[in-house]
Design a protein around this ligand. Sequence first.
Ligand code: HEC
Length: 139
Amino acid sequence: MKKTEIWYLLISLTTVIGFAVLIYYSILRVNPSVVPPEAAAGKELWERQGCMQCHAIMGSGGYSASDLTDVVTRRGEGWLEEFFLEPPLMEPSHRRHPGLAGAEIVHMLTFLRLVDEIDNLDWPPAPLITVPEDLETKD
Ligand code: HEC
């Protein structure tokens, strides 16, 4: 084999291997992970209970209560479970916040955890509303 032929062979091999690696990684990126059934049930609950009338996710939804995109990180699952089991009175209306029970809590937490884990580049960029201290939860 001539020296130039060896060079051609090497360049071709490198190109083929390079493309194979690129294609492999691009397939990995588009491979959709399966949404757990609990999370799907939680999303259905979210829609059925009308949580979106007051809350937003990633800035989309109601603005009269907090954006819940990262609420699992902010509050923790234990806190959220308590919150749904014994929902507080909302200020200033004094209506009780919608509560959840049993499997509903597991479903809602799985849905909210999934939303929290989405790589959304910290969208929305800043809290859209903040609850003033004197309007905090009253039991
Ligand atoms: C009528 C409006 C309204 C609806 C409907 C509503 N919420 Fe809320 N939610 C509020 C308000 C107001 C607060 C703040 C309560 C407080 O701390 O006094 C709140 C607080 C929360 C919090 C704590 C948020 C935080 O930032 O700490 C969570 C979690 C939550 N709601 C989830 C839900 C879910 C899930 C649903 C649907 C099942 C729902 N909410 C439906 C008005 C609503």
